[in-house]
Each structure stands twice: as structure tokens, then as C-alpha cells.
Design a protein around this ligand. Structure first.
Ligand code: 1GP
Length: 277
């Protein structure tokens, strides 16, 4: 991402021209220096669109180091994906400015943001306002524990839709449906479909996605960005990155194929009717 391109324009450009993209997540607690460098060197050629960097907790003070390793070995954008206001780096390009809207913890709805905002400005990071929605994923996840919040039950699609609409009406720029790192079960396809049928925002989906076919199914359900972290921690080989990136591209439909605003609205209505019937 050139310095002159804003992060949101970069993300929207991918949605318009390709329909879906791929983020590789580097958790500084989970990856060794060697693994970070391996992923950085292979990701661009494999078809990764950007790196996310962050985690629920930072056990070691090496956020800057990981961001710099990625920047030095790749031209891909580095977007912070912070577990809190202590996870900021001046070397990153942008930040998912996450509000945990599925929880009712005021600190994660606005408190951490107030602490982070002046530093984000000082560092010149480009914030992307993101509604962060945690979904039940078969086991108790780090994000649930650290946030002290209940996830949305897997079969309660209406609750997920209501949160997604609230994020859109609050003016957020993206919605992140999160199963939690290392999730046993990824966010259900039917929940993604239901959310897609009701909102226009780019939808990011992560947690428990290890295989190309799983990534493809999430994209067909309506996801615009797929995040994988744990899969790369276990296997940083370039072939896995490429297989997942290829699956995402082959399953996506560029948004620019839809016609005009009325066309988009009509297609939302049509998708909603299809999901509800
Ligand atoms: C976690 O969505 C991300 O916040 C990625 O999850 O580590 O399970 O790929 P995984």
C-alpha cells in the first residue's frame, strides 16, 4: 500500500476489483523471528494482501520488532490488530480500530480507544473503524477471557445481524466476525450469509480457518477478507499461503460487477429474502 493510499481505500479497492482478499496474522507471542521472516518473504508472491499484527496479550515486548521484520522483507501493508492500547507501533501503516461491539465492556467499546487515539495520531497510523464481533467457536477462547465478554451463540444469526446493522449505522467501516485464535469451529457460513444479506460493509472473518476449502466457503458465504494466524504458526510454508490465497480469489465475485447503487440495494434485498426463506 503506497503511503498516499488510505487503508480503507486499499481495502475497498480489493472488494471492488476482486471481491475478497487475504490477511496473514502475525501474533508476536506465537511466532519466532525465523517464522516471521519466512512468512514475510513468501507472503506477497503467494497472494497475501496485507499482514495483521497483534494478539489478545503481549507476553514479550517485540511488537515493533515483528512489524519491522515484516516491513523490511515485504512491501505488503502492515495493519495493527491490537488487543489493547499497549499494542501500537509507529512502524505500521494502519490499525484496525476495533470496538468490541458484541461485548458490553465499556473499556473495549471506547476506553482503550481514548487511550490509544493520541498515540495513533502521533504515530501517523491510519485507523480503520471496525466493529468487532466475537462468535462462539466450540471452546473458551483467549479473546473471550481477556475481554470478559460473552460470544454470540453460533445459531443466533439474528443477534449477529443486529450487531452488524448497529456497526453500520454507527458509521464503522468494516465488520470483523471473530471465532478467536485457534478456534475449534470457525464462524458458521450461515451466520456470514445472514450478515452479508443485511449490510454493505466489508466483512472480515477469522478464527479457526486452516484449510483452503474452509476459506473458500467463508468467501462464498459473503466474507470479503479472510484472516489466518494459527495455520501459519503451525506451518509457515509458502504453499499453504498460496493455496489459501488462490482459494479466496477463485471463490470471490468482484463487487464492481454489481450495477450502481440501486443494483446494490436490490441485491441486498434479494440476498435477505433468500436467507430468510
Ligand atoms: C484471531 O481471527 C484471528 O484473532 C485468526 O485466528 O489464529 O485461528 O487463524 P486463527
Amino acid at each position: 500500500m503506497a503511503a498516499s493510499i488510505r487503508a480503507l481505500d486499499f481495502l475497498n479497492g480489493i472488494v471492488q476489483t476482486r471481491g475478497a482478499g487475504y490477511f496473514a496474522l502475525a501474533d508476536p507471542d506465537a511466532l519466532s523471528d525465523t517464522q516471521v521472516c519466512q512468512i514475510a518473504e513468501k507472503a506477497q508472491e503467494a497472494g497475501v494482501d496485507a499482514f495483521l499484527v497483534g494478539g489478545s496479550l503481549l507476553m514479550r515486548d517485540r511488537l515493533d520488532q515483528v512489524v519491522l521484520q515484516l516491513k523490511q522483507r515485504s512491501e505488503l501493508p502492515v495493519i495493527l490488530f491490537p488487543g489493547g492500547s499497549n499494542q501500537l507501533s509507529p512502524h505500521a501503516d494502519a490499525i484496525l480500530f476495533l470496538s468490541l461491539i458484541s461485548g458490553r465492556n465499556p473499556d473495549l467499546l471506547i476506553g482503550e480507544h481514548v487511550r490509544a487515539a493520541p498515540i495513533i495520531r502521533q504515530y501517523g497510523l491510519d485507523p480503520v473503524a471496525t466493529g468487532y464481533v466475537v462468535v462462539e467457536s466450540g471452546s473458551y477462547s483467549s479473546v473471550q477471557f481477556m475481554s470478559g465478554s460473552f460470544p454470540i451463540p453460533r445459531n443466533k444469526h439474528d443477534i449477529a445481524v443486529a450487531h452488524a446493522l448497529a456497526a453500520q449505522y454507527l458509521g464503522m467501516h468494516t465488520l470483523y466476525l471473530e471465532g478467536g485464535s485457534g478456534a475449534e469451529l470457525p464462524v458458521p457460513d450461515k451466520m456470514i450469509q445472514a450478515v452479508r444479506a443485511h449490510i454493505e460493509l466489508p466483512i472480515i472473518v477469522g478464527g479457526g480457518i486452516h484449510k483452503p476449502e474452509t476459506a473458500a466457503a467463508k468467501v462464498r458465504a459473503g466474507a470479503n477478507f479472510i484472516v489466518t494466524g494459527t495455520a501459519l504458526e503451525k506451518n509457515a510454508r509458502a504453499t499453504l499461503l498460496k493455496e489459501i490465497a488462490d482459494a479466496i480469489r477463485q471463490s470471490a465475485t468482484p463487487k464492481e460487477k454489481e450495477n450502481g447503487r440501486d443494483g446494490r440495494l436490490n441485491s441486498i434485498k434479494a440476498r435477505r429474502i433468500a436467507v430468510e426463506s
